[in-house]
Design a protein around this ligand. Structure first.
Ligand SMILES: Nc1nc2c(c(=O)[nH]1)N[C@H]1C(S)=C(S)[C@@H](COP(=O)(O)OP(=O)(O)OC[C@H]3O[C@@H](n4cnc5c(=O)[nH]c(N)nc54)[C@H](O)[C@@H]3O)O[C@H]1N2
Ligand SMILES: Nc1nc2c(c(=O)[nH]1)N[C@H]1C(S)=C(S)[C@@H](COP(=O)(O)OP(=O)(O)OC[C@H]3O[C@@H](n4cnc5c(=O)[nH]c(N)nc54)[C@H](O)[C@@H]3O)O[C@H]1N2
Ligand code: SF4
Ligand SMILES: [Mo]
Length: 890
């Protein structure tokens, strides 16, 4: 694809936003969107919408003049962003009118990777794709087609899962999933049945009410909201800190959040579970936990058979809403007794203990937890995690004594093979303290609008349409059964299957995302796999490195062109199109078009997917997104048209929505407290259901699956990073530094590297390195450096800072759209995912690989990679241009 020539407009500085919008005013010729149609030539129309330049959905007011978006500002009515916007969101105009947008469907004409294309019509493109899918299905089986999606709360995630279920392939993936959020969702779902406390995923809703919350301490554990959601959660943390809430930040990097913390713990990457186990040990040892809550509302007093690891049951419940009855050791009678849900005042259960009953050994869950954490003293944690023991103690005491308190977890702990255990440990710490459903804490079950079946986005995924025999073929789905909570496949297993043909060879790949080569681990291995594939489709807003390897490119909508239903706090927000350019199409509709054509070509399930009677609650496929929105909004008496007028719409009074102590509410059918949403209705700190999950896939997989090679552990365990820098490590002799990652506030994953404003602020990725390490490796501030792991070698610019441990370095993902047409296709120069580790060890439960906490070496480089742009003037060519007039796209 050719870079467009520079515009006649002068380059404007990143801060001169008004200047840019003024410069755009006089360009005409756009097809007007529905919303903007009625205004007269010079009237500015105000459209309330929501940003999607990251996953936070901040409320936006778009100013549209003569069909052209000329200005964006934050919407103060938004309950989470409260009128704030960040640099990425404000760059929406430059993204929308980018000269290198994908404008029309394109077909490859040159060799793969040569990047030569010809324009085709939508009908042709859909026909070519559907024919290839059908041919592959017939020859090799539907499972040899796989799809992937862009991550991070991307609402299209469920469109892809839906299409795969209906087409009949169990294989789709997202490079987040096991590396992002899924470990947290899984642990908190299994342990208390409510929402996880992640700020960047738009949870932790208590934070958005600084005037009301009694919160006194917030722990930011591996999350940096000031960078990962600056205008929403980042702002909320600033607000609560201003109200006097203390913060503890556990982050190798001295982020703005760390800079303001009461205690900052610059942990060695990948060792969080060791630190968490030490917190648990300290809290138990010093009896800082909430004894009443732990006894009555967790499963820790229940007896566990130490041989089978299963809880001892008096009886299985046959009544819905009533849990099984579990056994405890009654200290009054010194005997095993059934504890009827929820509690029996006549009993005095032992919390700790080891008991022999009829020749069988039992321990309480609490006892097993205590034994598990026994060796994790403050000293051991300090040594393992490269921290100061007294600082760890100070942090725990702030958290445990200055209450109510809560831990907010981020993605850092999701990106090592210890992922699920980290989320389990964080939940255990909060639950030991009784930090759940209490005002001032983050584990909450606030009400939702009831509009959606699936979280975030209403596309029903039609999970039962996937035949059971196909589900069993999900790559990685037997060993890592936690993936079934999101019905997802395992990227490394798909990669291996392509390269080895075992257990079968995937052949066709449909992707919708930024740049897979910059988001999956060890991307050079993926390029080898790409060479093996028969056919690749990429749908995106502009070409990326991945497009260079595709056979068909489909143009998709920027967020300012998109309609979407968004739920935040107790409001529903309409993200509404402000304009529409060229031949871009909403992706939800693209999947529907592909399904329709497959149906016409003889795919029975695809054909039936358009029959409302057959699909029932799975919903027949649609011709426009309005149809789906109307369907779901009808549940609360609204239409999409109406919501667009009244957005943001408060669906429920705040007091009704923000409910606390849900577990204590009496269930009118059973007459008992509702309890938690777990099998025992107690908080399950001893996660017995992990064992069932590993053996059968239940309760998440659509059918019973063969067991994983090993039972999943019901309690968390610490796994030293596979590439360890500790003494005795052979690899560390050659690669002595531990690499980690974390967000920068200028880009969302692999998006926006082509935005002049943002590239002016952050043109190349920084390698953070401590002055002592810099001295050892002969590197100074601003130097170009080589960064190398066992897998690859890239360049970055050194930022020499005391804001990181001497043994740790940090770098964020990057790729270079300016070298798209060279042989590197932009993904090889400075992409940290050339260095990350895609192979085993994986997390047992969900298959997480290693994106953080692996070994690298650093040395001085002669200069920057060839062809990359550094100076503001160079980005001029990417400034917005007047757009083509386009016909209505059907
Ligand atoms: N080394 C390293 N690698 C990582 C990570 C890391 O920290 N370090 N992070 C991992 C994580 S957490 C994730 S989630 C993945 C992400 O990696 P990918 O999934 O490859 O991410 P992108 O596609 O670049 O970015 C998110 C996508 O969401 C799209 N999007 C935004 N809004 C909308 C919308 O309304 N509709 C549609 N259809 N699309 C929308 C954007 O266009 C963009 O394509 O990367 C992972 N890779
Ligand atoms: N600007 C921007 N915002 C984003 C995204 C983006 O790409 N760019 N992506 C979105 C997505 S999909 C996600 S998942 C969220 C993630 O949101 P966050 O969870 O806030 O993500 P990060 O900044 O990647 O990681 C948090 C912090 O973990 C630190 N860290 C690195 N290694 C370790 C470690 O081993 N232990 C601990 N305790 N900390 C460590 C990093 O220095 C970083 O400051 O952000 C979302 N928002
Ligand atoms: S934080 Fe920034 S990029 Fe993310 S939704 Fe809000 S304004 Fe958009
Ligand atoms: Mo993510």
């Amino acid at each position: 694809m050719q870079q467009q020539k520079s515009t006649s407009k002068d380059f404007l500085s990143a801060t001169n936003i008004i200047g840019i919008t003024a410069a755009l005013d006089d360009s005409t010729g756009l097809k007007k969107s529905e919303a903007a149609k009625s205004e007269s030539k010079f009237e500015t129309k105000i459209i309330k919408t929501a940003c999607r330049a990251c996953i936070a959905n901040c409320g936006v007011i778009a100013h549209v003049k003569n069909g052209r978006v000329v200005k964006l500002e934050g919407n103060p009515e938004d309950p989470m962003s409260k009128g704030r916007m960040c640099a990425k969101g404000l760059s929406g105009i430059q993204a929308l009118y980018h000269p290198n947008r994908n404008k029309y469907p394109m077909m490859r004409v040159g060799k793969r990777g040569e990047n030569k294309w010809k324009r085709i019509s939508w009908d042709e493109a859909i026909d070519i794709i559907a024919k290839k899918l059908m041919e592959t299905r017939e020859k090799y089986g539907a499972e040899t087609v796989f799809a992937s999606t862009g991550g991070g709360g991307n609402p299209e995630i469920w469109s892809i899962a839906r299409f795969c279920n209906i087409f009949g392939t169990p294989n789709w993936f997202e490079p987040g999933c096991a590396q992002c959020y899924l470990p947290r969702v899984l642990a908190y779902t299994m342990m208390y049945g409510g929402v996880d406390p992640s700020i960047a995923d738009s949870n932790a809703l208590e934070l958005y009410f600084p005037e009301e919350t009694p919160m006194k301490t917030l722990v930011l554990w591996g999350t940096a909201p000031s960078y990962s959601c600056p205008a929403s959660g980042g702002g909320a943390v600033v607000d609560i800190r201003a109200k006097g809430v203390k913060t503890v930040v556990i982050d190798p990097r001295f982020t703005p959040d760390a800079a303001k913390a009461d205690v900052w713990l610059p942990i060695r990457p990948g060792t969080d579970v060791a630190l968490m186990l030490a917190w648990i040990r300290y809290i138990i040892d010093k009896e800082l936990y909430d004894q009443e809550f732990v006894m009555k509302w967790t499963n820790l007093p229940y007896l566990v058979d130490v041989k089978t690891n299963m809880l001892l049951r008096a009886e299985k419940s046959r009544i819905p809403g009533i849990p099984d009855t579990f056994m405890v050791w009654d200290t009054k009678t010194n005997s095993v007794q059934p504890l009827e849900y929820p509690w029996n005042d006549k009993l005095s259960p032992a919390l700790e203990g080891d008991f022999m009953v009829n020749g069988v050994q039992y321990k309480t869950g609490f006892q097993l937890l205590k034994e598990r954490v026994e060796s994790f003293t403050l000293q051991k944690a300090a040594e393992t995690c490269w921290l100061d023991a007294s600082k760890i103690e100070e942090a725990i005491n702030i958290f445990a004594q200055n209450t109510p308190s809560a831990i907010a977890l981020g993605v850092a702990t999701d990106q090592t093979p210890n992922s699920v255990q980290a989320a389990m440990s964080a939940a255990i710490i909060d639950l030991l303290m009784g930090n759940v459903e209490k005002p001032g804490t983050l584990m909450q079950r606030f009400k939702t609008s009831g509009t959606f079946d699936m979280p975030n986005y209403p596309v029903p995924i039609a999970v039962n349409r996937l035949p059971k025999e196909q589900l069993k073929k999900r790559l990685g789905g037997i060993e890592h059964k936690g993936l079934h909570i999101w019905y997802a496949g395992h990227p490394s297993s798909i990669l291996e299957a392509i390269l080895t043909g075992e257990p079968y060879k995937p052949r066709v790949w449909i992707d919708r995302s930024g740049n897979k080569l910059a988001s999956v681990a060890n991307s050079q291995k993926w390029v080898k796999a790409i060479e093996e594939l028969d056919f690749i489709v990429h749908m995106y807003m502009y070409p990326t490195s991945f497009s260079a390897y595709a056979d068909i490119l489909l143009p998709t909508e920027e967020w300012l062109e998109t309609d979407m239903l968004v739920e935040t706090c107790n409001t529903l927000v309409a993200r509404q199109a402000t304009t529409h350019l060229w031949e871009t199409i909403d992706e939800t509709v693209i999947w529907s078009k592909i399904a329709k054509r497959c149906g016409e070509l003889g795919h029975e399930e695809c054909k039936k997917a358009f029959d409302p009677e057959y699909m029932g609650d799975d919903l027949a496929y649609w011709d426009s997104v309005d149809e789906i929105f109307d369907h779901f909004l009808s549940r609360i008496g609204l239409t999409w048209k109406k919501l667009k007028e009244i957005s943001p719409y408060e669906y429920m009074p705040k007091d009704e929505w923000k409910r606390y102590y849900v577990y204590k509410e009496i269930n009118s059918t059973t007459g008992k407290p509702a309890g938690f949403n777990t099998p025992s209705k107690k908080c399950e700190l001893y996660v017995e259901s992990m064992i069932t999950l590993g053996r059968t896939g239940q309760p998440f997989s659509g059918c019973e699956l063969p067991p994983a090679s090993k039972d999943y552990d019901p309690l968390p365990y610490f796994l030293e990073p596979h590439e360890s820098p500790l003494p005795g490590s052979e690899l560390a002799k050659e690669y002595p530094l531990v690499m980690t990652g974390g967000r920068v506030p200028f880009y969302h994953h692999n998006t926006l590297r082509n935005i002049p404003w943002l590239r002016e602020i952050y043109p190349v990725p920084e390698l953070w390195i401590h002055p002592k390490a810099a001295e050892i490796y002969g590197v100074s501030e601003g130097d170009w450096v080589w960064v190398e792991s066992k897998r690859g070698k890239i360049r970055a610019v050194a930022s020499v800072t005391e804001g990181i441990n001497p043994g740790t370095v940090y770098m964020e993902r990057f790729w270079n759209p300016e070298t798209l047409n060279t042989e590197t296709h932009g993904w090889k120069e400075m992409n940290v995912n050339m260095l990350t580790k895609e192979d085993a060890p994986f997390n047992d439960v969900v298959g997480t690989y290693t994106l953080r906490g692996f070994l690298v070496k650093v040395s001085k480089a002669d200069g920057p990679p060839k062809g990359i742009w550094l100076k503001p003037e160079e980005f001029k060519t990417w400034l917005p241009q007047p757009s083509d007039t386009t016909e209505e796209v059907k």
